[in-house]
Design a protein around this ligand. Structure first.
Ligand SMILES: [Fe+2]
Length: 237
Protein backbone atom coordinates (compact mmCIF):
# COMPACT_ATOMS: atom_id res chain seq x y z
CA UNK A 1 0.00 0.00 0.00
CA UNK A 2 1.39 3.43 -0.88
CA UNK A 3 1.96 5.98 1.89
CA UNK A 4 -0.73 8.17 0.26
CA UNK A 5 -3.44 5.46 0.31
CA UNK A 6 -2.39 4.33 3.80
CA UNK A 7 -2.64 7.94 5.00
CA UNK A 8 -6.08 8.26 3.39
CA UNK A 9 -7.32 5.09 5.11
CA UNK A 10 -6.09 6.37 8.48
CA UNK A 11 -7.89 9.66 7.88
CA UNK A 12 -11.08 7.86 6.89
CA UNK A 13 -10.84 5.60 9.94
CA UNK A 14 -10.66 8.60 12.24
CA UNK A 15 -13.56 10.24 10.36
CA UNK A 16 -15.62 7.03 10.71
CA UNK A 17 -14.78 6.91 14.44
CA UNK A 18 -15.93 10.50 14.95
CA UNK A 19 -19.12 9.76 12.94
CA UNK A 20 -19.80 6.74 15.17
CA UNK A 21 -19.23 8.85 18.29
CA UNK A 22 -21.86 11.29 17.06
CA UNK A 23 -24.40 8.58 16.16
CA UNK A 24 -23.77 6.89 19.53
CA UNK A 25 -24.66 10.17 21.25
CA UNK A 26 -27.88 10.37 19.19
CA UNK A 27 -28.71 6.80 20.28
CA UNK A 28 -27.93 7.68 23.92
CA UNK A 29 -30.38 10.60 23.65
CA UNK A 30 -33.11 8.46 22.09
CA UNK A 31 -32.77 5.75 24.73
CA UNK A 32 -32.76 8.32 27.54
CA UNK A 33 -36.01 9.79 26.18
CA UNK A 34 -37.90 6.46 26.21
CA UNK A 35 -40.87 6.53 28.58
CA UNK A 36 -40.58 4.38 31.71
CA UNK A 37 -42.23 1.10 30.85
CA UNK A 38 -44.01 0.83 34.19
CA UNK A 39 -45.81 4.11 33.40
CA UNK A 40 -47.19 2.87 30.07
CA UNK A 41 -50.72 1.54 29.68
CA UNK A 42 -51.34 -1.72 27.83
CA UNK A 43 -52.58 0.30 24.83
CA UNK A 44 -49.43 2.45 24.80
CA UNK A 45 -47.23 -0.66 24.96
CA UNK A 46 -49.21 -2.22 22.11
CA UNK A 47 -48.86 0.98 20.06
CA UNK A 48 -45.06 1.09 20.31
CA UNK A 49 -44.69 -2.55 19.25
CA UNK A 50 -47.23 -2.11 16.44
CA UNK A 51 -45.65 1.05 15.00
CA UNK A 52 -42.20 -0.50 15.29
CA UNK A 53 -43.48 -3.52 13.35
CA UNK A 54 -45.22 -1.31 10.77
CA UNK A 55 -41.89 0.40 10.04
CA UNK A 56 -39.37 -2.44 10.29
CA UNK A 57 -41.21 -5.41 8.79
CA UNK A 58 -41.48 -4.04 5.28
CA UNK A 59 -38.74 -1.42 5.19
CA UNK A 60 -35.58 -2.68 6.85
CA UNK A 61 -34.47 -4.97 4.01
CA UNK A 62 -35.62 -2.35 1.47
CA UNK A 63 -33.50 0.38 3.09
CA UNK A 64 -30.49 -1.93 3.47
CA UNK A 65 -30.89 -2.79 -0.23
CA UNK A 66 -30.83 0.95 -0.96
CA UNK A 67 -27.47 1.15 0.82
CA UNK A 68 -26.22 -1.81 -1.19
CA UNK A 69 -27.24 -0.13 -4.45
CA UNK A 70 -25.64 3.17 -3.45
CA UNK A 71 -22.14 2.06 -2.40
CA UNK A 72 -19.25 1.84 -4.85
CA UNK A 73 -16.55 -0.16 -3.06
CA UNK A 74 -16.36 -3.95 -3.27
CA UNK A 75 -15.73 -4.24 0.47
CA UNK A 76 -18.83 -2.21 1.36
CA UNK A 77 -20.95 -4.20 -1.10
CA UNK A 78 -19.72 -7.47 0.36
CA UNK A 79 -20.43 -6.38 3.98
CA UNK A 80 -23.94 -5.16 3.16
CA UNK A 81 -24.69 -8.25 1.06
CA UNK A 82 -23.81 -10.49 4.04
CA UNK A 83 -26.19 -8.45 6.15
CA UNK A 84 -28.99 -8.80 3.57
CA UNK A 85 -28.34 -12.53 3.16
CA UNK A 86 -28.79 -13.07 6.89
CA UNK A 87 -32.02 -11.03 6.92
CA UNK A 88 -33.54 -13.04 4.07
CA UNK A 89 -32.12 -16.50 4.90
CA UNK A 90 -33.21 -16.33 8.56
CA UNK A 91 -36.58 -14.73 7.77
CA UNK A 92 -36.26 -11.67 10.00
CA UNK A 93 -39.55 -10.08 8.80
CA UNK A 94 -41.35 -13.30 9.74
CA UNK A 95 -39.58 -13.31 13.13
CA UNK A 96 -40.87 -9.77 13.71
CA UNK A 97 -44.40 -10.63 12.60
CA UNK A 98 -44.49 -13.56 15.06
CA UNK A 99 -43.17 -11.24 17.78
CA UNK A 100 -46.01 -8.75 17.11
CA UNK A 101 -48.70 -11.46 16.94
CA UNK A 102 -47.57 -13.00 20.24
CA UNK A 103 -47.70 -9.57 21.94
CA UNK A 104 -51.17 -8.94 20.47
CA UNK A 105 -49.68 -5.90 18.71
CA UNK A 106 -50.18 -6.46 14.97
CA UNK A 107 -50.16 -3.03 13.25
CA UNK A 108 -53.52 -1.50 12.39
CA UNK A 109 -54.41 1.10 9.77
CA UNK A 110 -53.98 3.85 12.40
CA UNK A 111 -50.54 2.57 13.39
CA UNK A 112 -49.38 2.67 9.76
CA UNK A 113 -50.82 6.18 9.30
CA UNK A 114 -49.12 7.50 12.45
CA UNK A 115 -45.67 6.79 10.96
CA UNK A 116 -46.57 7.39 7.30
CA UNK A 117 -45.02 10.83 6.86
CA UNK A 118 -41.71 9.97 8.56
CA UNK A 119 -41.44 6.67 6.67
CA UNK A 120 -41.98 8.60 3.43
CA UNK A 121 -39.15 11.01 4.32
CA UNK A 122 -36.74 8.11 4.86
CA UNK A 123 -37.89 6.41 1.64
CA UNK A 124 -37.19 9.57 -0.36
CA UNK A 125 -33.77 9.91 1.24
CA UNK A 126 -32.91 6.24 0.54
CA UNK A 127 -34.11 6.70 -3.06
CA UNK A 128 -31.39 9.30 -3.66
CA UNK A 129 -28.82 6.50 -3.26
CA UNK A 130 -26.23 8.74 -1.54
CA UNK A 131 -23.40 6.33 -0.65
CA UNK A 132 -21.81 7.55 2.60
CA UNK A 133 -24.94 9.16 4.13
CA UNK A 134 -26.92 5.99 3.39
CA UNK A 135 -24.33 3.77 5.11
CA UNK A 136 -24.16 6.17 8.08
CA UNK A 137 -27.95 5.93 8.42
CA UNK A 138 -27.98 2.12 8.37
CA UNK A 139 -25.02 1.89 10.80
CA UNK A 140 -26.91 4.22 13.14
CA UNK A 141 -30.09 2.12 12.67
CA UNK A 142 -28.34 -1.16 13.51
CA UNK A 143 -26.66 0.45 16.52
CA UNK A 144 -29.99 1.79 17.79
CA UNK A 145 -31.85 -1.48 17.21
CA UNK A 146 -29.30 -3.54 19.12
CA UNK A 147 -29.57 -1.27 22.16
CA UNK A 148 -33.38 -0.91 21.87
CA UNK A 149 -34.01 -4.69 22.01
CA UNK A 150 -34.18 -5.05 25.84
CA UNK A 151 -36.86 -2.31 25.96
CA UNK A 152 -38.84 -3.89 23.12
CA UNK A 153 -38.57 -7.32 24.76
CA UNK A 154 -39.89 -5.97 28.06
CA UNK A 155 -42.83 -4.27 26.32
CA UNK A 156 -43.78 -7.65 24.81
CA UNK A 157 -43.32 -9.50 28.09
CA UNK A 158 -45.66 -7.06 29.81
CA UNK A 159 -48.16 -7.78 27.03
CA UNK A 160 -48.07 -11.42 28.16
CA UNK A 161 -45.83 -12.66 25.34
CA UNK A 162 -43.13 -15.30 25.71
CA UNK A 163 -42.02 -15.01 22.03
CA UNK A 164 -38.54 -13.44 22.20
CA UNK A 165 -36.67 -14.84 19.19
CA UNK A 166 -36.71 -11.50 17.34
CA UNK A 167 -35.33 -9.48 20.27
CA UNK A 168 -32.82 -12.19 21.27
CA UNK A 169 -31.41 -12.44 17.73
CA UNK A 170 -31.20 -8.66 17.17
CA UNK A 171 -29.68 -7.95 20.57
CA UNK A 172 -26.71 -10.05 19.43
CA UNK A 173 -26.31 -9.97 15.63
CA UNK A 174 -26.72 -6.20 15.30
CA UNK A 175 -23.47 -5.63 17.24
CA UNK A 176 -21.50 -7.24 14.39
CA UNK A 177 -23.76 -5.60 11.79
CA UNK A 178 -23.06 -2.15 13.23
CA UNK A 179 -19.30 -2.66 13.23
CA UNK A 180 -19.45 -4.08 9.69
CA UNK A 181 -21.29 -1.00 8.45
CA UNK A 182 -18.73 1.36 9.99
CA UNK A 183 -16.02 -0.63 8.17
CA UNK A 184 -18.06 -0.25 4.97
CA UNK A 185 -18.25 3.47 5.68
CA UNK A 186 -14.45 3.75 5.88
CA UNK A 187 -14.06 2.32 2.39
CA UNK A 188 -16.86 4.48 1.01
CA UNK A 189 -15.23 7.58 2.47
CA UNK A 190 -12.09 6.63 0.53
CA UNK A 191 -14.09 6.79 -2.70
CA UNK A 192 -16.09 9.90 -1.91
CA UNK A 193 -13.69 11.91 0.21
CA UNK A 194 -13.96 15.14 -1.78
CA UNK A 195 -17.71 14.97 -2.26
CA UNK A 196 -18.33 14.39 1.45
CA UNK A 197 -17.22 17.91 2.29
CA UNK A 198 -20.41 19.15 0.63
CA UNK A 199 -22.74 16.43 1.88
CA UNK A 200 -24.64 16.24 5.15
CA UNK A 201 -23.55 12.78 6.28
CA UNK A 202 -26.22 12.77 9.00
CA UNK A 203 -29.27 13.61 6.89
CA UNK A 204 -30.59 10.04 7.01
CA UNK A 205 -29.77 9.77 10.72
CA UNK A 206 -31.87 12.88 11.39
CA UNK A 207 -34.80 11.42 9.44
CA UNK A 208 -34.59 8.07 11.21
CA UNK A 209 -34.33 9.85 14.53
CA UNK A 210 -37.63 11.63 13.81
CA UNK A 211 -39.21 8.34 12.71
CA UNK A 212 -38.06 6.53 15.88
CA UNK A 213 -39.52 9.32 18.01
CA UNK A 214 -42.82 8.87 16.14
CA UNK A 215 -42.72 5.12 16.79
CA UNK A 216 -42.38 5.83 20.50
CA UNK A 217 -44.82 8.72 20.83
CA UNK A 218 -47.26 7.73 18.14
CA UNK A 219 -49.01 11.02 17.62
CA UNK A 220 -51.07 11.14 14.46
CA UNK A 221 -49.31 13.00 11.68
CA UNK A 222 -50.59 15.70 9.37
CA UNK A 223 -51.55 13.16 6.72
CA UNK A 224 -53.79 11.36 9.17
CA UNK A 225 -55.31 14.64 10.40
CA UNK A 226 -55.98 15.68 6.78
CA UNK A 227 -57.72 12.35 6.15
CA UNK A 228 -59.78 12.82 9.29
CA UNK A 229 -60.90 16.30 8.23
CA UNK A 230 -61.73 15.07 4.75
CA UNK A 231 -63.88 12.22 6.01
CA UNK A 232 -65.58 14.60 8.48
CA UNK A 233 -66.38 16.97 5.59
CA UNK A 234 -67.71 14.06 3.53
CA UNK A 235 -69.88 13.14 6.51
CA UNK A 236 -71.39 16.65 6.50
CA UNK A 237 -72.17 16.57 2.78
FE1 LIG B 1 -32.98 -8.20 11.17
Amino acid sequence: MSSVSSGLLTMNRSQAVSIQKHTDRVIDGLLASLPHIEHLSADERRGIIARYTAVLEGNFIYWMTGSFLSVGSEEARSIILDNLREEVRDGHPDMLRRFAIAADSVPTHSDALAVYRDVLNVRRFVGRLSPAPSVVMMAFFEGFLQRFMPYLAELAQRQGSVEQEYTDVHGVCDVAHTQGLYRALETELTLTNDACEHVNLFEGVEMLQALIRKIIVGQPDVFQQDCGKRSARHGED
